[in-house]
Write a protein that binds this ligand. Structure first.
Ligand code: ADP
Ligand code: MG
Length: 321
């Protein structure tokens, strides 16, 4: 079973940032209002996530670390039909099979703490009853040296972590996030529910004057979000965040639609800061393509891309110049 978990880990847990993503998504699914993320040495030494969510019942703690144990819907073929981010029940067993995990959780009354190392339960006992869950992942990939060898520099791994936390914070303005690396604070959001404020927390409050709202819809799609004016540019596309029905996705055609509307074709190597939230009928999305759930196919994609490009172009060049 541990071997199967390690094989699954190869897909789900590629690097420290994937661990952060899975654990933060679990905290989001648990209806947390505050999620604190503590990282040491770009996550290779330690990843600690503390939430104030619903917690896990004592009897369910061991089960949560079993493969395909999910308290969320698991016969769901289309992940965009559900609002919860997890549904496969793969993350916890995968992570625990390649690291040293301490988890403490409580639903408000009795609490539980468990220690699992390399997929083996070392210890499980009662603990205090602060509602929520804290999970600490240490020595990631200690027993899979081949995987460890593939890690890039600490700087690269940390920037991947910071990137995913930014995107999750953007997708959840109503949750207060903090990200601390080696005792230094990298991000803090207020959780007061304003997307624009989160964008300011990440990209600098002084830039907000140059970031404008976009909003439009047609029969199939509703889009809204923010895009920077051409006077505020970035040299990489990585400052573009796309959420589909509340879920962060990667989609090259949509990124291209955003940069087309922004005018990147004329301003070579200049890209906007942008957040695009798309709402659509889940029927228009394809079933999950990949275990990490980020790459997505959309029917009527061309129609959507045209809407996005036109809305951004019109908003920047017709209404604001
Ligand atoms: P999934 O998220 O796909 O259901 P995971 O392996 O990520 O699978 O988690 C397994 C189960 O453990 C979840 O379904 C949930 O019931 C529980 N769980 C994990 N993390 C948390 C958390 N932070 N708060 C509450 N429950 C959690
Ligand atoms: Mg999960």
């Amino acid at each position: 079973a541990i071997l199967a978990d390690q094989i699954a880990a190869g897909e789900v847990v590629e690097r420290p940032a994937s661990v952060v993503k899975e654990l933060v998504e679990n905290a989001i699914d648990a209806q947390s209002t505050q999620i604190d993320i503590n990282i040491e040495d770009a996550g290779l030494k330690k990843i600690e996530i503390i939430d104030d969510g619903i917690g896990i019942e004592h009897d369910d703690v061991k089960i949560a670390f079993k493969r395909h144990a999910t308290s969320k819907i698991n016969d769901q073929k289309n992940l965009f039909m559900v609002r919860s981010l997890g549904f496969r029940g793969e993350a916890l067993p995968s992570i625990a099979s390649v690291s040293d995990v301490h988890l403490k959780t409580s639903t408000g009354d009795e609490g539980t703490q468990i220690h699992i190392k390399g997929g083996k339960i070392e210890d499980i006992k009662p603990s205090d009853s602060r509602r929520g869950t804290s999970i600490c992942v240490e020595n990631l990939f200690f027993n899979t040296p081949a995987r460890l060898k593939y890690m890039k520099s600490l700087r690269t791994e940390l920037s991947q972590i910071s990137d995913i936390v930014d995107r999750l914070a953007i997708g959840h303005p109503d949750i207060a996030f903090s990200l601390v690396h080696n005792h230094k604070e990298i991000l803090r959001t207020s959780g007061r529910g304003q997307l624009k404020q989160v964008i300011g927390d990440i990209y600098g409050a002084k830039n907000l004057k140059k970031i404008i709202k976009i909003s439009n819809s047609d029969n199939d799609f509703t889009i809204n979000g923010y895009v920077s004016l051409p006077e505020l540019t970035r040299s990489a596309r990585s400052h573009i965040t796309i959420n589909l029905n509340g879920r962060y996705i990667k989609n090259y055609s949509l990124v291209k639609a955003i940069t087309d509307g922004y005018g990147s074709k004329l301003m070579v190597g200049r890209y906007p800061i942008a957040v695009l939230n798309i709402e659509l009928n889940p029927i228009l999305t394809d079933v999950n393509v990949h275990p990490t759930k980020q790459t997505v196919r959309i029917s009527k994609e061309e129609q959507l891309c045209n809407l996005v490009a036109k809305t951004i172009y019109d908003t920047i060049y017709k209404e604001n110049l």
